[in-house]
Design a binder for this molecule. Structure first.
Ligand code: ADP
Ligand code: VHF
Length: 376
């Protein structure tokens, strides 16, 4: 079995990035139904096999352009944004229809770069995605093109898809492209270019092979360079990236069958990468002081319950990163807290079953084990 096929079979949660070129029929300018049906049939089979599926779908601008009669000429940014607004509903309708025969619901998520970079919005988007996955719905994500300007947009959905993979704790990002993987050079320009099946590390040499977007290429943006940039983001988040041809008759079955693809391996597991992100990238907003019993529980991988909390030093909001110290003042962990500092203060020392009576609601533990990076 090829390495790519092995990674695909072993993946538990997969983000599929579908480019405009696959989704929009170049001749008619409408959604490519036959392709969508094939994709959804394959995705339904993956779900039946116990995998979770998310989709990052381009195509809004291309579909909207036709709806608004803006085809055949260069469009301005406001016209592109108007096209995205008009095309997004067509896009979602196409996904709804294609998944419907499999009894699978879809849900639209529109994100901007800010949403993926600002912690609180990121956490909200993450919680929503998690809820949707729990309900068995397929999240269909796109960039919120109508509210972003050129400077602050991703523009390509490759990097957005990598952020979604990070947000969802996915273990595999599949970039379905118009080419079956990374080559030593752009094969459209250099027929001698060699296919690269496996990348274990993104060296400058690897990055140098990938060329950027070719403006003449049509509806897509990005080129191979943004795919490598996406793989870099995914890799750091513990997620592997697979680049392959999306236009095969059974696009996902083909991957499992070992058809040509490039696999870019992950750095660590998604859980380990997420904890490293909490420990290293978030600016902590306050302190939570815990007793010896809680410190012991944390060291053995358990959640921080309010019962073991001695003191709170804020202010912080729900979803902020905080530092956790023991009674000697030693920092024992960092984590994402589920209560703001005022509520945390009120429930410090209380047993879990007393939280609701005190606050009128409960969010469970003060810091869930999944959101805790414990110091060694
Ligand atoms: N080293 C490379 N290996 C493979 N393809 C490359 C490379 N450098 C540039 N490319 C180009 O990148 C294109 C894929 O990017 P793009 O057209 O943006 O795809 P998509 O629409 O799937 O996002 C290929 O068709 C190819 O022409
Ligand atoms: N958000 C845009 C997608 C941007 C784009 O063209 O991406 P891609 O085709 O994947 O290179 C849209 O929905 O039209």
């Amino acid at each position: 079995m090829s390495q790519a096929a092995g990674a695909f079979s072993g993946a538990r949660r997969i983000v599929f990035k579908v480019g405009s070129a696959l989704l929009v029929d170049a001749e008619t300018g409408s959604a490519n139904r036959a392709w969508l049906e094939a994709f959804c049939a394959d995705a339904a089979a993956l779900r039946a096999a116990g995998k979770q599926v998310l989709v990052v779908s381009s195509g809004a601008v291309a579909l909207g352009r036709r709806r608004l009669g803006l085809t055949g000429r260069k469009t301005t940014l406001p016209e592109k944004q108007a096209s995205a607004a008009a095309g997004q509903s067509l896009l979602m309708h196409a996904w709804e229809q294609a998944f419907a025969p499999h009894d699978i619901g879809v849900a639209q998520i529109l994100l901007t770069r800010d949403d993926t970079e600002m912690r609180r919005r990121w956490l909200n988007a993450r919680a929503t995605t998690e809820t949707l996955m729990g309900l068995g719905v397929v999240p269909v994500v796109n960039e919120n093109d109508t509210v972003v300007t050129e400077e602050i947009r991703y523009g390509d959905n490759d990097r957005l898809a990598a952020r979604v993979a990070q947000m969802a704790g996915a273990d595999l990002l599949v970039l379905l492209s118009d080419i079956d993987g990374l080559y030593t050079a752009d094969p459209r320009k250099n027929p001698q270019a060699q296919h690269i099946p496996l990348v274990s590390e993104i060296t400058p040499e690897i990055a140098g092979m990938a060329e950027g977007a070719n403006a003449a290429a049509g509806v897509g943006t990005g080129g191979m360079a943004t795919k490598i940039a996406a793989a870099r983001i995914a890799r750091a988040a513990g997620c592997a990236t697979l680049i392959t041809l999306g236009s095969r008759p059974r696009p996902l079955t083909a991957i499992a069958d070992g058809e040509k693809a490039t696999l870019i391996e992950a750095g660590a597991s998604p859980a380990a990468a997420y904890k490293a992100w909490i420990a290293g990238s978030l600016a902590p907003q306050g302190w939570v002081t815990i007793d010896a019993g809680a410190a012991k529980a944390l060291a053995s991988g358990k959640s921080l319950l309010s019962a073991g909390v001695r003191a709170i030093e804020g202010p912080f909001d729900k979803g902020d990163a905080v530092r956790v110290r023991d009674e000697t003042g030693r920092e024992v962990a960092r984590g994402i807290v589920r209560y703001d500092s005022a509520d945390a203060q009120r429930i410090a020392g209380l047993r879990s079953d007393a939280i609701e009576a005190e606050l009128g609601f409960t969010e469970g533990p003060m810091i869930h084990a999944d959101d805790l990076a414990v110091a060694n």
